[in-house]
Write a protein that binds this ligand. Sequence first.
Ligand code: NAD
Length: 335
Amino acid sequence: MEHKVTLIPGDGIGPEIAAAARRVLEASGVKFQWEVMEAGEAVLEKHGTVLPEAVLESIRRNKVALKGPITTPVGTGFRSVNVTLRLALDLFANVRPARNLPNIPSRYENVDLVIVRENTEDLYVGVEHMVGEDAAESIKIITRKGSERVVRFAFEYARKNKRRKVTAVHKANILKCTDGLFLECARQVARDYPDIEFEDRIVDNMCMQLVQKPELYDVLVMPNLYGDILSDLCAGLVGGLGVAPGGNIGAGVAVFEPVHGSAPKYAGQNKVNPLAMILSGVMMLEHLGELEAAARVRQAIEAVLAEGKYLTYDLGGTAGTSEMAEAIARRLEKG
Ligand code: NAD
């Protein structure tokens, strides 16, 4: 069966890693019909927006997308395409696994964590304003509906993937209303899953625990901002942003993308690690029900890592983005 997928290469290093992922996914033998769509600053002049309606329509129609990173200007300028996309499609759960891969240098072993980040609320709603000239205010929004559905997603994910524990992360000791509501919802939802252990951690303590004993944790669920920060931390535990994939999941629609951004300083150099994007593609294959192909791509990645000949700079090698992808694709084609 051919899968129709929206492909958003993005900008910065996006087009290079998108081409790499496409090469590997096609080498798996699964048939794709890619609908390539552009978004970001490059289309602003032509379309008058960084996220043209046609991109959203394509994803709604195909129900699945693979997306490269897109640059967001800091401080001023347009709103993040990534945040806007997640809100427009109501992609409420951001799933970011962090697992040790063989032969990837890392300070830790036996890390196998999954962050489930709430993706539509919290400070990311973008309600911010100046108060006079010398103060600024940002509003943090947490709702019962948003909290319950992401925690339920985390428990369902845990059940489906045979995980043993869900940890809710919050700052309810200080943010008694907002994070207090999130924690209350988490505790309520947890009662429906007696087969899965539940606990909660205050976010600052969670950071220390993750650095000291990450192997104690399993599925972590949390509001948007903590999820953003902790997923980079967890990527760091297992070898860095170059190997950290993700999926944004909503009701009937899913967009897969790496955790990392557009790394503009490396754009066009055929230098960065394509694995985060390729592994996001593997998550997409699993979502599409192509479990056998997904397993083969994982094996091919592990074989190339074990061989150690075609590794990008962040993994201690000198291979380019396309060489590493080519090595994985050739393994797949050899069978
Ligand atoms: P970044 O993730 O782009 O890069 C930070 C550093 O991580 C890089 O300088 C590089 O050293 C390393 N890195 C990232 N990807 C790598 C890869 N594939 N291989 C090897 N090393 C890699 O973070 P940033 O510099 O803070 O952000 C750059 C831009 O990306 C910003 O405009 C930001 O808003 C945007 N961004 C987009 C997304 C997204 O599209 N979902 C996510 C995060 C950041």
